[in-house]
Write a protein that binds this ligand. Sequence first.
Ligand code: UGY
Ligand code: MN
Length: 256
Amino acid sequence: MRVPTPNPPPGIIGHNRSMLTPSYAVFPPEGIMDSLLPGWPGCIIRFQASPHMGARFAQALAIIPAGCGSAGALDAGVQHFFYVQQGSLEVTVGGAVHSLPVGGYCYVPEGVPLSVRNAGSDEARAMWVRKRFQPAPGVAMPEPIIGHRDTAEREENGPRWRVLLLGTRRMAMDFEMNIMGYAPGAHFWCVETHVMEHGMVMLEGQCLQRLGREWHELWEGDFVWMGPYVPQQIYATGNANCEYMLYKDVNRDVAL
Ligand code: UGY
Ligand code: MN
């Protein structure tokens, strides 16, 4: 006998905000499927950006139940960045243990052992970014960074602000993670076009985001990948502040 199922909400079949193009992607969180990985027993990894789509980095949401974490040290051949969005995480970076609450983060350079564990009693959720390091001649290797968004350097610019989690213009680093903030009605001053890529996670609020020649409405939890050169501009809508986390590869010449 056929079991009756409720009708899906109107619009869910024919209309969906998910979008993948060669130069950008818009992924609402509800459509991203789970990956289960041997290196993360009991955890769910939801990949948002990866080289499969043309990105030169990988980004995922890691869902880590209480008592779970990485099976051992994560791949030390790449750089890692974790930012805790829910619950708390214990990270061991080069032998030193750090407890990261919501808003806490760690950057771990290539070659430094890193393991992650949820020592709390609630589920933890964290952004996980990985990038292969691009050395620059004469520039020293970066050091690990442990921090919290509330104590990170902050720039105010009228109705806009920026929290520099890994600093900016630090030539040792080949990527930045910044929280970008806009008051309702504020917008970036131009349509930008740059060689750098972005991984963008909406933390709160609403906006219209220009990608190429289209405008996309975004809200909390949405992920956007912007490939090199994609024309982009943000315009904060809604009644509350709009904030998003932004990955950006920086400080390196193009490879010829
Ligand atoms: O710094 C940036 O590239 C930034 N303004 N881009 C963005 O928010 N999409
Ligand atoms: Mn940009």
